[in-house]
Write a protein that binds this ligand. Structure first.
Ligand code: E4P
Length: 226
């Protein structure tokens, strides 16, 4: 399963990229609005697209097809790795078809049902973004939706990738992988939690203590060669 980071925060994106943990980035207008500040928006987006070797989703704000296509074409000029995020509406699906026809990758976002996901795949979406956390928030099983989409896409051989979004905790991530989602997009706080385990920290500490207690030292390069 590929891992994307779900943020527009450049420090977090660069840190995760340096650690080799991420295959792409997803942003949305709310995430962008949090961090852009006084910067020029296009310049900021360019820095985000340069920060990672993989797809970077940038979302349109227009609600009509023509506006989405026009904004999408402009955003796509920011970088070869830019993928255009459009909402799962009638206009969004028409925009998806048109953008795909001109060779631009599309992430269809705000998906909350299996029928929506099927229609997005038929519109040629590169990625479908079902929001599991927001479904859980209203007492629906977000992960059930991922399993349904997996089955439907496999039934018909759609190559639209399932990008699990609105992930709130490590269990969402593990469940997404167990179901066979293609990608999980994870907020930075969750990403770092995926990595850490108290038994790992305790283990490292104990190994060091035992080594020091025995008053041993680490062999030099010369010693290991002879
Ligand atoms: C992903 O593409 C979405 O922008 C994101 O996962 C939404 O997450 P939220 O429901 O926590 O805002």
């Amino acid at each position: 399963m590929k891992i994307f980071i779900d943020t527009a925060d450049l420090n977090e994106i660069r840190r995760a990229a340096r650690a080799g943990l991420i295959d792409g980035v997803t942003t949305n207008p709310s995430l962008m609005a949090k961090v852009v500040g006084e910067a020029n928006v296009a310049d900021y987006m360019k820095e985000v697209s340069d920060a990672v070797d993989g797809p970077v989703s940038l979302e349109v704000l227009a609600q009509d097809t023509q506006g989405m296509v026009s904004q999408g074409r402009d955003l796509a000029k920011i970088g070869d790795n830019v993928v255009i995020k459009v909402p799962l509406t009638e206009d969004g699906l028409v925009a998806c078809k048109q953008l795909r026809a001109s060779g631009i990758g599309v992430n269809v976002t705000l998906c909350f049902s299996p029928s929506q996901a099927l229609l997005a795949a038929k519109a040629g979406a590169t990625f479908i973004s079902p929001f599991v956390g927001r479904l859980d928030d209203i007492s629906h099983q977000g992960m059930e939706l991922i399993a349904q989409i997996r089955e439907i896409y496999d039934n018909y051989g759609f190559d639209t990738e399932i990008l699990v979004a609105s992930i709130r905790h490590p269990l969402h991530f593990v469940d997404a992988a167990m179901i066979g989602a293609d990608i999980a997009t994870v907020p930075p706080a969750v990403l770092w939690r995926l990595l850490s385990h108290p038994l790992t920290d305790r283990g490292v500490e104990a190994f060091l203590k035992d080594w020091e207690k025995a008053e041993l030292r680490v062999p030099t390069m010369q010693e290991t060669r002879s």
